[in-house]
Design a protein around this ligand. Sequence first.
Ligand code: GRG
Length: 308
Amino acid sequence: MPVATKATQTRPRSHFDLKSYLDDRTERVNAALDRLLPKESAKPATIHKAMRYSLFAGGKRIRPALCLAAAEACHGRIENALPLACAVECIHTYSLIHDDLPAMDNDDFRRGKPTNHKVFGEGIAVLAGDALLTQAFELAAKAKSQPRFSHKELVGEIAYASGSLQLIAGQVADLEGEGKKVSAAQLKYIHERKTSALLCCAVRLGGMSANCSSSQLKALTDFGYNVGLAFQIIDDILDVTQTSEQLGKTAGKDTSAQKATYPSIIGLEKSRRIANRLTHRAFASLKAFHGKAQALEALATYLLNRDR
Ligand code: GRG
């Protein structure tokens, strides 16, 4: 049976101009990253060049956009969310640099360009990842605390999502699962940690920067979890349905590395159906925001229907 076409999948339920929204928020995030990170010329220049090479290589900026949209849903100020949005993008970029290393996924191509270690060498790529990870905590420390959320909560949020119980746990399970038979439950465990945790963290930090209530934080957590898991399932699908040129990274990598993916375990059509279901669950959480979460809704729809 053919996989459902995009037209039959989830459509935006409101006329929200996501293109303009994403263009504007990406511009603000890029300007903030440029302002907040050491300049390329700062000594030692090699490391700052390497950090900026991957950071400004053309990522979609999904996590920062989700962070800012969550802040806006809670009537927050974009300025207060920006350092946290940048912190999450630094963690994400670090994880991609390290994931591409020969000791991990050994990839030559990322964000449409040669990977960091291909340009700067493995030693500098390891250090550029380390420096971006550390930079994220400096940015979180610079963010404005809120009556309900001190720096302890903000920094703790990032440490948890990127630490050995979440992002690293997902990567460990991913590495250990290569070439082995992985159950659907194990694969969900990997995807929740490797991908969903950081997306969820981005959304929660946006809410925290707006001093959100505990019920808003719960709604954002449910939204982030479901969108995050759907995001990785779609990533698995794109890996087998798109070309490297379309993706800006090596397509078919999961199959060649003998990695378990949703399509390889349950098939393309069922994978697509699960991603749809998760996205609808995410929509349900947005009811708590009484029409103020249009950007989050549009982003979730876009992530479900994306082709790269
Ligand atoms: C090395 C600590 C460590 C963790 C690695 C994030 C990760 C775990 C591995 C990278 C490869 C991968 C499949 C990650 C899952 C998350 C994902 C789909 C990343 C790609 O995110 P996009 O599409 O990328 O938002 P851009 O380049 O647009 O930012």
